[in-house]
Design a protein around this ligand. Structure first.
Ligand SMILES: [Zn+2]
Length: 200
């Protein structure tokens, strides 16, 4: 077995971000690391060194935001935790339901007011559904939950209670982009609860 340790280099200092790394994937400008137990992290950090003899991977902190977050910031006007969670939620939905426009619809139970409704902009950017094309309906509820439905299938995705608590505790308007980057690096399993059903 030759598992590696991944380090993130930040201002000349290295800190371990994952041990027993079994897989490294490159997706666009992001690096996806997966450990022996299947836990994965996705990071906008750049791979700067791979030492196969020493089993060491070194990543460098990005100087810019990952592209998806940069686009979200441009579209939404700022980069907060809710639009970030919406982006990731939409990715989960389109991985399962596809990216064909008009093939399914999403109901978001956020209500119409920010910050919760910021989630909807993330969904619009990462699924084929938008408010304008009739693919997204916003319902009252004050929840970070969305239901995607197509003929015969239903997928419900909710932000985990622990994550809502984390956002409430760690959100810092002075350093607004810190928390979105942390959330971005977490796995889908850490962020969301999923419920899938086949309708007959
Ligand atoms: Zn917002």
């Amino acid at each position: 077995m030759c598992l590696s340790t991944a380090y993130l280099e930040r201002k000349g200092r290295r800190e371990v971000i994952m041990e027993e790394v079994a897989k490294v994937g490159l997706r666009g400008d992001e690096v996806v690391l997966e450990d022996l137990f299947g836990k994965s992290i996705r990071t906008g950090a750049r791979l700067s060194e791979v030492d196969l003899m020493e089993h060491v991977l070194v990543l460098e902190e990005p100087h810019e935001l990952p592209e998806a977050l940069r686009k979200a910031k441009e579209f939404h006007g700022h980069l907060g935790p809710m639009v970030t969670l919406g982006l990731r939620m939409g990715r989960v939905i389109s991985e399962k339901m596809g990216s064909e426009p008009f093939s399914y619809r999403i109901t978001a139970f956020t209500g119409p007011k920010p910050p919760l409704s910021c989630l909807v902009d993330g969904l619009q950017l990462s699924t084929p559904c938008t408010v304008g094309n009739g693919g997204i309906r916003i319902e009252d509820g004050g929840e970070l939950r969305a239901v995607a439905e197509m003929e015969g299938r239903r997928l419900e995705v909710s932000v985990k209670e622990e994550i809502r608590d984390k956002v409430a505790k760690e959100y810092d308007p002075e350093h607004e982009e810190v928390l979105p980057l942390k959330l971005w690096a977490m796995s889908d399993e850490e962020l969301f609860d999923l419920e899938e059903s086949v309708l007959v």
